[in-house]
Design a protein around this ligand. Structure first.
Ligand code: SF4
Length: 389
């Protein structure tokens, strides 16, 4: 966000409105952290939960279906958990890094390419949801996938770049056509003349709108780790967790570390959010610190502090949004990703099992070393500086 207005973020509102005018079937998916921030666009207190109103507003604004990215957060846990257990069985490579955050993926590819093999191969939940809409959902409803236009509502400006990654194209087409930040969806709702205060609470559309408390946690730093630990522990040990809350990875500390005993193995984990903290943790890892699993989010506090969220002068904004995320988890009937019945159904009827051939085709990705471009740029700068002397 540039206070002088000299740099403007790429605005996708016009392309979404055009798709609606073109009579496309425009579908919205909404990220975990957006529901604890969207209400702030309409003057509600920091951290208010606006899930139902957000769905109602999106329907009135012209979206034909509204799905919950939390569903694919649960799916991420199934795929990433399977990948982690596979690495434990095969001896690594460790640490395995989460891959939901495009800010972190960009940093890793450019600054730490030697750790690319350590990145989980899972696409982000956003980039898992869109191909599911265009395959599984399209098939169930008899809709031609070419008629669908998928929009993602995200806390994040980096997600606009993520949908342009060459690895995210299938058959030469994008899976996600547009990304609206939380601020942009708020702006679109206002432009459509929708009165937020009068909106009812509406549920997400089935069958890919159902999610668990674990998925809700993805919105805050430590949430992916906590969700993964809930599932990895129960799937590995076959026992029910005495408590699903892993306090060691909760809260706003920039770096958190824990050791969790799972079936005779002390699983060493770390969580970092905010670029300075990420760089400090990477330095520690390069110097020999050993972990099995590391969650990294580029923004302070994770996605609750994303660059596309409403701007706030409340100094406790992250704490309040985080408390709302935890309360969504606490109030959820199901709090573990592997217990989501819709996840069970999609594996039974579509993917087969986590890590299957089809899962790899639609839910996983690859990365590339982009560090050489930086070196070349620095060399060019040196050359130019030399020429001027
Ligand atoms: Fe985007 Fe920030 Fe969330 Fe990363 S942490 S996905 S950059 S909002």
């Amino acid at each position: 966000f540039c206070p002088a207005g000299a740099i403007r973020e790429v605005d996708h509102i016009e392309r979404v409105l055009k798709a609606m005018d073109d009579k496309k079937i425009v579908v919205l998916q909404t990220a975990p952290s957006t529901r604890v921030a969207i209400s702030e666009c309409f003057g509600e207190p920091s951290g208010s939960i606006g899930t139902g109103k957000m769905v109602a507003a999106a329907k009135l604004a012209g979206f034909s279906y509204v799905f919950d990215t939390n569903f694919t957060a649960d799916l991420t846990i199934m795929e990433e958990g399977t990948e982690l257990l596979g690495r434990v069985a095969n001896g690594g490579p460790f640490p395995m890094f989460t891959s939901c955050c495009p800010g972190w993926i960009n940093l890793c590819e450019k600054r730490f390419p030697e750790y690319i093999p350590n990145l989980s191969s899972c696409r982000s939940p956003m980039q898992m949801m869109s191909p599911i809409i265009k395959t599984y959902f399209a098939k169930r409803t008899g809709i031609n996938p070419d008629d669908l236009y998928v929009v993602a509502m995200m806390p994040c400006t980096a997600k606009k770049d993520e949908i342009e990654r060459p690895q995210m194209f299938r058959d030469g087409k994008k899976d996600t056509e547009a990304v609206l930040t939380t601020r942009e969806l708020g702006e679109l709702i206002k432009r459509k003349g929708i009165n937020w205060d009068d909106l009812p609470d509406l549920p997400y559309d089935d069958p890919i709108g159902a999610s668990t408390g674990a998925a809700a946690l993805f919105g805050a730093t430590g949430g992916v780790m906590e969700a993964a630990l809930r599932t990895a522990y129960e799937l590995k040990t076959g026992k029910t967790l005495p408590s699903v809350e892993f306090q060691q990875v909760r809260g706003l500390a920039g770096v958190k570390e824990a050791e969790i005993p799972v079936d005779g193995l002390n699983v060493r984990v770390a969580v970092a959010s905010g670029t300075a903290n990420v760089l400090a943790l990477m330095d520690k890892i390069k110097k020999g610190a050993e972990y099995h699993f590391v969650e990294i989010m580029a923004c302070p506090g994770g996605c609750i502090g994303g660059g596309g969220q409403p701007i706030s002068l409340d100094k406790d904004i992250l704490k309040k949004r985080m408390e709302s995320i935890y309360s969504i988890d606490e109030r959820s009937v199901i709090r573990k990703s592997h217990e989501n019945p819709m996840i069970t159904e999609i594996y039974k009827n579509f993917f087969g099992k986590p890590g299957s051939h089809l899962s790899h085709e639609l839910l996983h990705t690859t990365y590339s070393d982009r560090s050489t471009k930086i070196v070349k740029k620095e060399e060019t700068v040196k050359e130019v500086a030399g020429a001027g002397e």
